[in-house]
Design a protein around this ligand. Structure first.
Ligand code: C2E
Ligand code: MG
Ligand code: MG
Ligand code: MG
Length: 299
């Protein structure tokens, strides 16, 4: 059975590589017959200030709890959902969930801490197909209207692949979103093949340094130099850097020493349910350290 005893109720679904086409077809079938509103869950992983551990926001990460497979992770189904087009309504649902949660967290923070305290933002992954969809801008407007959150409380995570074609429409779409006050992050930064010039051409606020770079930090001086270089480049361009997959204190220290201000990873917390995320948020000393609408201060 998928459910196991103990704190974590679900085991993760890890198909072996051999399961191949048949398993893939079954997953696709399962996905097609899963009503979006009731079949998925959104988990949240805190994004923290590396020096203080202060939570500045959360990344929304979708999960598919399945009666026989356990908790199916996005790596197993996002590609399928992209191929079928289901990512468009699924992605819209995730955005709405995440924004509604952000509104709830912000209410709690205000209630517990007062109006001056830091309002956590929520950062949502957007797939290329979803971003290119003609309705995307309207979806975002609706997400903001329904949740009532400020556009500055919403970050959209795009991968470099979206920017690769230097498409005028992509640029216009991004501008219309950032004109609203939404921030755009480049996810898995450093793993794509696009030219760095897009960092000047597109209205980007945040670079998320891929976990693969963070993994090697303490082990290789070259890797350290690379991440330090990215951090300084970002600083010069006025971009915020978030390190992904921070798992130990050594990585935290190295990142801090090179001036990287934010990170997320198992060292701080795994992705958790919305309720647990709220508890995490309120358990920390609520502070003024990270002002989400002052990106100019970030580095
Ligand atoms: P991502 O956006 O780069 O998200 C970070 C992934 O790293 C998450 O995996 C997270 O659970 C994992 N992670 C965080 N900290 C650590 C750590 O310290 N160690 C390790 N080993 N892993 C860590 P997850 O949730 O399985 O998501 C995988 C990918 O699926 C995401 O990568 C993102 O590209 C995609 N994804 C997730 N949710 C959505 C969604 O709602 N829409 C779309 N389009 N894609 C999504
Ligand atoms: Mg992401
Ligand atoms: Mg990432
Ligand atoms: Mg990733």
């Amino acid at each position: 059975a998928a459910k196991t005893a103990g704190k974590r109720q679900w085991r993760h679904y890890h198909p072996d590589l051999q399961s191949g086409m048949a398993e893939r077809a079954k997953l696709q079938e399962g996905l097609d017959s899963s009503p979006i509103d009731t079949s998925f869950m959104v988990f949240y992983q805190p994004i923290v200030e590396l020096t203080s551990g202060q939570v500045s926001g959360f990344e929304a990460l979708v999960r598919w709890p399945h009666s026989t497979r356990g908790m199916v992770l996005p790596e197993q189904f996002i590609t399928l959902a992209e191929e079928s087009g289901q990512i468009v309504p699924l992605g819209a649902w995730v955005l709405n969930q995440a924004a509604a949660e952000a509104a709830r967290w912000q209410e709690s923070v205000q209630r517990e801490g007062g109006a001056d305290f830091v309002q956590p933002y929520v950062s949502v992954n957007v797939s290329p197909r979803q971003f290119r969809d003609a309705e995307f801008y309207r979806v975002i407007r609706r997400v903001l209207d329904l949740s009532g959150i400020q556009p500055s409380s919403l970050v959209l995570e795009l991968t470099e692949s979206v920017l690769m074609y230097n498409d005028e429409r992509i640029l216009a779409e991004m501008r219309s979103l950032t004109d609203l006050g939404i921030r755009i992050a480049i996810d898995d930064f450093g793993t794509g093949y696009s030219s760095l010039s897009y960092l000047r051409e597109f209205p980007i606020s945040i670079l998320k340094i891929d976990k693969s770079f963070v993994d090697e930090l303490g082990r290789s001086p070259e890797q350290y130099a690379l991440v330090e270089g990215i951090t300084h480049l970002a600083d010069t361009l006025g971009l915020t850097v978030i390190a992904e997959g921070v798992e130990d204190v050594r990585q935290q220290e190295l990142l801090t020493s090179m001036g990287c201000r934010f990170g997320q990873g198992y060292l701080f917390a795994e992705p958790v349910s919305a309720e647990e995320a709220e508890q995490l948020l309120l358990a920390q000393p609520l502070g003024l350290a990270t002002l989400p609408d002052a990106p100019a201060d970030w580095n």
